[in-house]
Structures are given as structure tokens and as C-alpha cells.
Design a binder for this molecule. Structure first.
Ligand SMILES: [Cu+2]
Length: 452
């Protein structure tokens, strides 16, 4: 679907280590005992409290997993608001480690971005932080810890943030589908080998078990559904096939497409999202295609028929109000992704680097004047895929024919792949630019820019 899908080398990494697939009947038996569906609320709760939770990740209800979550569940509660509204949430830290919340994909005011040491102080155990910010864009976003995220996100500190359009498209169901993997033993015990050098220097922490967590698990044939798929994994790129649905992709990373795309196989890097609108023909299956038997990530069961299907065409969502880039960029830059196992030499002092620099420097990689149009050539000079995320902005991926493609906040580069992106830096402040394979971020693949 995306240009990235043509990359030939992904399967080498994406299938690695997955050893259990989901069985539908066992899954249902398990969830009857302990619900896994995120608690959707019509409006956001005033408090998100991080703390330990017992989660039913494996289908067998006897085998639970000790994780962290918000307000007693992982994923945390789904936050829902309407475009233009202000979201106000108090974060309370009930884990034994500092933390903070990043609101991924929201073109947010800098002080609310949730990056400890850069936009706010670290929230110590027992302490809290008040977040309040306007939601400028409708779309599918998510929130997650941004401190020791390679451990805290993996332990479950994340949830969906859904911003509804002023007039949402007509659908029978609006369903959020979290997609994640976990490194757990066959009895559900979390493998607590966080921070090991092999994960940091290779593809990141890949789980042993992967599944979807849908906000709703039945629909009817003939229903029109909107699916909001969010890859919350710390490192796994999911190739994804969705069957049982006839429809269109309407938005990657929360940003509406002008021209809708067909639903076929797609890739989702960590942190990427995709919105689909389609009509249910049969049970909607989420499949991780592999070289051998496809790995079943789970499904949404079609039960019964909708006597009055919606028959209007599926149309593009209202466009986001973003500043269009100028025809001639104010800056042309190159960002070379370097390091890792089986990588070449580089000048950084950690496992990974950008342009021969590992991790945060005292001064920003670049300083832009507000409104600058910047074209960046991303060159993946490593043996692994990377999902590169810019805070506070969306950027256009440049298509192979040179045209401006979809707006994204995270772009997937297969190994040895190059892609240009074009961004209008119109949001004041200090913004991280980093790999969303969270182990790569921790081991050097991050930098920052400043908009003044
Ligand atoms: Cu990476």
C-alpha cells in the first residue's frame, strides 16, 4: 500500500520469535473471565493513574500477566474528545519509577508534549502532572509513557486517544483496535530482560505473542465500521492483512487522505496508526502474513445481519488544517540512520546514531524559524527497519514519483531504504526526532530540533 511495502527485507525481522497464535474459542473463554476490552468513555476521565495491573493477554484465563496500566487496565482507558476541544488530564504516577505521558501525534503545545528533561520535569513516583491542551486535529492518536519507554510502554503504559470529527462519518460502529506484542512465557509470565544489549543492538524487543485488543468484538454482516488500528508495540513492524471487510483506508497516523486507498496488505511501524472505513461481509480477521502459516492476531466476529446497511459511498474525511509546504524548501537536510548489529562504522558513541551523533546534544540538530518548509532525506544505512517519529508536527512522505504523499508523524524505513519527507515546522518549541523502535531510541537513535 505504501511505498514501504515494497521493501523486500522485512520478514526477516517481523516474524522472529512469535511462537503462539491466537485461537478464537480459547480467546473468548479467556475474556469471559477477565475482560480485556479497553474502557471506552464518552469523555476523558480527569485522572490517569499509572499502576500495576493483572492482564489477560494469553487466551487461557488461567494464565494472566503482571503488567502496568492506567486506571487498572492495559491498554489504559480510551480517551475520546472532539476536534477543537481542550483535553485536561491529571497524570498520577503509581509505579516505582519516574514517568511522564506523551500524546503521540497531537500537534500539541510544547510544554504539554510529555518529554521529561526537555518539556517538563520527570514525574517522580507518588507525584503527578497536569496536562491540558487543545486538540487541533480529528483522528486516531495514542498516549504512552515517554520515560524508559522501552520498559514502560512494553509493560503496558499506553492507551488510545480518539479525536472525533465535528461531524463524524456515518458508521454503525467506531472500533479501536490496539495491536501489540508481548515477550511472555507460555504461562503468561512477562520476561523481564529489559534493556539487554541484544535487543538494543538488533531489532528491539520483539514479543513472543502478538494479538489485537479490539474495543468491541462483534458486529453484524452489512454493518459499516470504522476501524482505528494502532501499533503500540515497542519494536515490531506488523505486516497486516484485514479480511471480511470491503472498504477504504481513510487516514494514516490520524491524518485524512484526499484520495482513499484500497484495503490490502499494509505495514504498521511501531506508533503508526491506520483508519479504515468499510462494510462487513464476514468475520473481520486480522492476519499477520508470514512465509508459512499466517499468524492470527484476532478477529471481530460477524454475528447476524444488518437489515438496513448504510449505502452511501465512503468519502474522504474532512481535511486537516495544516499549513501547506512552500514549493521551494527553506532547508534541505539529510538524516542518516546509522549503527546497530551488522551495521557499518559510525561516529556516534552509542549503538545507534543520526549523522554520527548518538543521543541528545546540548544544542538542537537544527533550529528553524516558525513556518519554515524543510525537506529531509532519510537514509537508512543500517540492517534493520526503523520508524522515525517527529514530535509536534506531521510531515508529508514524498512518493517515488516526487509527489507529496500522506501526512504522517512516523515514517517506516526498511533497511537500506531512503525516503524524503517534507515538513512545515510551524509549532514553536523543542521537539524530539527519534526512532520509535524504543530500544533504538534509548541506544542513541534520537535527536531534537527547535522551532523559534
Ligand atoms: Cu530504529
Amino acid at each position: 500500500m505504501r511505498g514501504a511495502a515494497r521493501g523486500p527485507t522485512l520478514d526477516l525481522f517481523c516474524c522472529e520469535g512469535l511462537h503462539m497464535s491466537l485461537n478464537r474459542r480459547r480467546f473468548l473463554a479467556g475474556t469471559a473471565a477477565l475482560t480485556l476490552l479497553p474502557n471506552a468513555t464518552l469523555s476523558a476521565p480527569a485522572i490517569l493513574r499509572a499502576g500495576p495491573v493483572t492482564a489477560q493477554i494469553l487466551p487461557d484465563s488461567k494464565n494472566t500477566t503482571q503488567l502496568w496500566g492506567f486506571n487498572g487496565s492495559t491498554p489504559g482507558p480510551e480517551l475520546r474528545a472532539r476536534v477543537g476541544e481542550t483535553l485536561t488530564v491529571r497524570f498520577e504516577n503509581g509505579i516505582g519509577s519516574g514517568s511522564a505521558i506523551h500524546w503521540h501525534g497531537v500537534r500539541i503545545e510544547n510544554g504539554m508534549d510529555g518529554v521529561p528533561g526537555m518539556t517538563q520535569p520527570l514525574v517522580e513516583p507518588g507525584q503527578g502532572f497536569d496536562y491540558s491542551f487543545r486538540l487541533p486535529d480529528a483522528g486516531t492518536f495514542w498516549y504512552h509513557s515517554h520515560h524508559r519507554s522501552w520498559e514502560q510502554v512494553e509493560r503496558g503504559l499506553y492507551g488510545a486517544l480518539i479525536v472525533e470529527e465535528a461531524t463524524p462519518p456515518a458508521v454503525d460502529h467506531d472500533i479501536t483496535v490496539i495491536l501489540d506484542d508481548w515477550r511472555i512465557d507460555r504461562d503468561g509470565t512477562l520476561v523481564e530482560d529489559f534493556g539487554n544489549r541484544r535487543d538494543f543492538s538488533h531489532a528491539g524487543r520483539l514479543g513472543t505473542f502478538a494479538r489485537i485488543i479490539p474495543s468491541q468484538d462483534t458486529v453484524r454482516r452489512g454493518d459499516r465500521v470504522r476501524l482505528r488500528v494502532i501499533n503500540t508495540a515497542t519494536a515490531r513492524v506488523f505486516p497486516l492483512e484485514i479480511t471480511g471487510l470491503t472498504g477504504k483506508v481513510v487516514a494514516p497516523d490520524g491524518m485524512p487522505l484526499e484520495t482513499l486507498r484500497d484495503i490490502d496488505r499494509t505495514f504498521l511501524a511501531p506508533a503508526q496508526r491506520i483508519d479504515l472505513i468499510g462494510d462487513v461481509a464476514d468475520t473481520v480477521k486480522f492476519i499477520f502474513p508470514t512465509g508459512q502459516d499466517p499468524y492470527e492476531l484476532g478477529d471481530i466476529v460477524a454475528d447476524g445481519n444488518n437489515p438496513k446497511p448504510i449505502e452511501t459511498p465512503i468519502l474522504p474525511l474532512p481535511p486537516a488544517r495544516v499549513t501547506p509546504p512552500s514549493a521551494t524548501p527553506d532547508h534541505r537536510l539529510t538524516l542518516r540512520l546509522q549503527g546497530g548489529a551488522m551495521g557499518g562504522m559510525h561516529g556516534g558513541d552509542d549503538i545507534w546514531s543520526f549523522n554520527d551523533v548518538s543521543g541528545m546534544s546540548d544544542t538542537p540538530w537544527q533550529r528553524f524559524s516558525r513556518g519554515d518548509t524543510v525537506r529531509i532525506t532519510l537514509i537508512n544505512d543500517t540492517s534493520f527497519p526503523h520508524g522515525i517519529h517527529l514530535h509536534g508536527h506531521h510531515f508529508h512522505e514524498v512518493e517515488e514519483d516526487g509527489s507529496l504523499g500522506a501526512l504522517r508523524d512516523t515514517t517506516l524505513l526498511m533497511r537500506q531504504q531512503t525516503r524524503d519527507v517534507v515538513c512545515v515546522f510551524d509549532n514553536l518549541g523543542k521537539w524530539l526526532l527519534h526512532c520509535h523502535m524504543l530500544e533504538h531510541q534509548a541506544a542513541g537513535m534520537k535527536t531534537w530540533v527547535e522551532v523559534v
